[in-house]
Design a protein around this ligand. Sequence first.
Ligand code: CO
Length: 412
Amino acid sequence: MIAEMSEGVAEHSGIAGMMARLRAGDVRVMARAVSMMEDGTALGAVLASACRKAGGRALRVGVTGPPGAGKSTLIDHMVRWLRADGQTVGVVAVDPSSPYTGGALLGDRIRMQGFAGDPGVYIRSMASRGAMGGLARAAADVCAVLEAAGRQTLVIETVGVGQDEVEVIGLADVTVVVLVPGMGDEVQSLKAGVMEIADVFVVNKADRGGAEQVEQEIVAMQRLGEFEDAAPVVRTVASTGEGVAELMEMVRRCALRKRDTKLRWEEDRGGLADLRLDHLGVAVKSIEAARGFYEALGLRVSHEEVVEHEQVKTAMLPLGDSRIELLEATEEDSTIGRFLAKRGEGLHHVAVNVDAIDAMFAKLKAEGVRLASDAVRRGAGGHRYFFVHPASTGGVLLEIVGDEPSRDEVRA
Ligand code: CO
């Protein structure tokens, strides 16, 4: 028991050390971290979570299309373009169709073409080792590692155009679908899912006859599907790099437009509808006794305090975007003291954060919801809150939390 605990602590400091070196751009540590993601160990999951929290964000460009479309050669030129633009690059080549080769084909093909001595380019091939969902998950973790390491652009390559690949390509911000002339009914046979995720179409090997025809088929197919915004079509000749600059410009424009849409969408979500899980309140007899488990789980107490007027001692443990709040009574005859006497230790309340707490209070009151607070109160740390009675929520005490002071208070 004790041995296990101290091992956990050692692993934890190991993760912290790895994160520091990773964020400093240590390429060897980055490669090791990527391997951990592929192996899918518990420790790798802890590292992946730390990488996501580190908050790095790269432009993720997905490249997909049928085998033989020349994706690898095209990516080789895309990476050259990005390097000439001064960007650091990570290439994640995912090949679900080759469970036995170790996925070495794609990456090695590019690596052989001359990035071997450039620390600004990191290439990793991943092959299916089990369920596809596992590979998509591992690819997502690898992207998180590369972003935490400060890579500015990630290129995610998948072979083929099946539903499995759609899942992987879903990790990308901008998706490029590569086709070539002379593939017969290739465009028609593309799954609708792939047509829908395409932000930019590339007709590669455009120096061959038939490029015009493929382009027309793409345009016609988009019209049939009634896609909101038709994706542009760019012609390239990957063997010479022709058209790659135009492609990268399209990718850049598309990324900007999408970011703009996303920002607008986030603005639209403002106001009453913006709800987040703030924390889960757990009543315990002793915070000292209870916190050991949560620390073994990997959580840390970020904040402890005694709220005198509630006769309660609290400890906050951040968990993802929310928190667990441990609550201990300082007096037996208090809210938590009575809860413990009656129900024993356990979940005491669920807290939801809202942007407009006064509006929410008024709205719930107007709808006849039974509230357990007569007004919006001010708690420790200046946050404002009120409680909804379990009779209205299906048996759980619900705390509504807001950070913003009301306009009346600002005036007063
Ligand atoms: Co609470």
